[in-house]
Design a protein around this ligand. Structure first.
Ligand SMILES: Nc1nc2c(c(=O)[nH]1)N[C@H]1C(S)=C(S)[C@@H](COP(=O)(O)O)O[C@H]1N2
Ligand SMILES: [Mo]
Length: 173
């Protein structure tokens, strides 16, 4: 075998392997949506160009102190949910309203009172049992109340509406 031909074959084989590996890696990459959250309405602090919204990046959400709530929900067996306190998000943006209108990727909207944040220590969860919530699995952000600790107030069908998943924005009213 000719010396030059041999090396060309090795190079060709290596590029085929590299390409195959690259596409395998792309296919195996987890479908985790980047965390992001927009807060608008009655807020004293904004960080966007036209001063109407506070946009939380993934890094900003992860920088807030993480809190956990262990509870069952209508859709999930008892699990540990983790994320920032809704109260800390509201504090960061200087929220001064009484209600929060929540908007989601699937265009569901529900309004909860700001008082829920301190009464129940509500969290905006980005993980369940240590795993990031996927969009197909209530992610990227899921409003979690300590339902098991307040069965009278939070376990009924009417309270289910508070467990809003696929959150993309909060409007303080
Ligand atoms: N993102 C999102 N969260 C949501 C909903 C929704 O449609 N989208 N439905 C809410 C309401 S009104 C209740 S009762 C339950 C409804 O969930 P279900 O569609 O499984 O009945 O989840 C709450 N959270
Ligand atoms: Mo509902």
């Amino acid at each position: 075998m000719n010396y030059k031909n041999g090396w060309l074959r090795v190079l060709a084989l290596m590029s085929v392997l590299a390409l195959a590996f690259a596409s395998f890696e792309a296919a195996a990459a987890p479908l985790t949506a980047a965390l992001a959250l927009d807060v608008k309405g009655k807020i004293a602090k904004t960080n966007d160009a036209d001063h109407t919204a506070f946009h939380f990046s993934e890094a900003q959400l992860l920088a807030l102190p993480a809190h956990s709530i262990s509870t069952s929900t209508t859709w999930t067996a008892k699990s540990t949910f983790t994320g920032p306190l809704l109260a800390d998000i509201l504090k960061t943006v200087g929220a001064y309203g009484d209600e929060i209108e929540i908007h989601t990727l699937d265009d569901y909207t529900y309004t909860v009172p700001v008082s829920d944040s301190s009464r129940y220590g509500v969290i905006v969860a980005y993980s369940m049992n240590g795993k990031r919530l996927q969009v197909s699995d209530f992610g990227p952000l899921f409003l979690i109340y300590p339902r098991d600790q307040f069965p009278g107030e939070l376990a009924g069908a009417s309270a289910d509406a508070k467990f809003v998943w696929q959150i993309k924005a909060l409007i303080v009213k």
